[in-house]
Design a protein around this ligand. Structure first.
Ligand code: GAR
Length: 193
């Protein structure tokens, strides 16, 4: 079995979508993979309760006691490696990772970003897409490299931006598609691992 470890910071709806997809018998049979653990840098991350209900191992590695990013990343890697993951999945994990951490998981570290990369890396993607007059928005699953929100694209989902859209309305439209995109992209990467 190929183990998947998911990192979250918040609501964890993408994590829940991945867990549900991975629990399906055909997924397990076809990909020989299962979600083993959900790790958060925040104890109050809403997604932790769902993960516990699903019987998954959960762990909190709070970033705040660590003075240096390298030290937090070393503690995080320790927690991750206990589950011997084939794939590490960032799902709304809102910490910038050090080059050393990224190198450790090279080729098996994925992120989802709420824009059509390479457009709009960073924060406030939906506000910026609306302000630029974009007609389309979306989400991107990509391999994580040392440069924030860069790295080879695995797959994307596209949604229209409609007249009168607020950032919240657009975010909800994109998030619905993220829940379909991320499991599909993970399956594609797992098939080649
Ligand atoms: C998602 O929209 C994801 O694309 C975004 O945070 C949200 C997490 O929602 N990620 C980033 O902005 C990463 N820079 P979730 O916790 O419900 O999955």
């Amino acid at each position: 079995m190929k183990n998947i470890v998911i990192l979250i910071s918040g609501g964890g709806s993408n994590m829940a979508a991945i867990v549900r997809a991975a629990a399906r018998e055909d997924w397990r049979r076809r990909l020989g993979a299962e979600v083993r653990a959900v790790i958060s840098n925040r104890a109050d991350a809403g997604g932790l309760a769902f993960a516990r209900e699903q019987g998954l191992a959960t762990e909190v590695v709070d970033h705040r006691p660590f003075a240096a990013r390298e030290d937090f990343d070393a503690a995080l890697a320790g927690a991750i490696d206990r589950h011997a993951p084939a794939l590490v999945v960032l799902a709304g994990f809102m910490r910038i990772l050090t080059p050393g951490f990224v190198a450790r998981y090279a080729g098996r570290l994925l992120n989802i970003h709420p824009s059509l990369l390479p457009a709009f890396p960073g924060l406030h993607t939906h506000e910026r897409a609306i302000a630029e007059g974009c007609r389309f928005a979306g989400a991107t699953v990509h391999h994580v490299t040392a440069e924030l929100d860069h790295g080879p694209i695995v797959d994307q989902a596209v949604v229209p931006i409609l007249p009168g859209d607020t950032a919240q309305v657009l975010a909800a439209r994109v998030l619905t598609q993220e829940h379909r995109l991320y499991p599909r992209a993970i399956a594609q990467v797992l098939a080649n691992l």
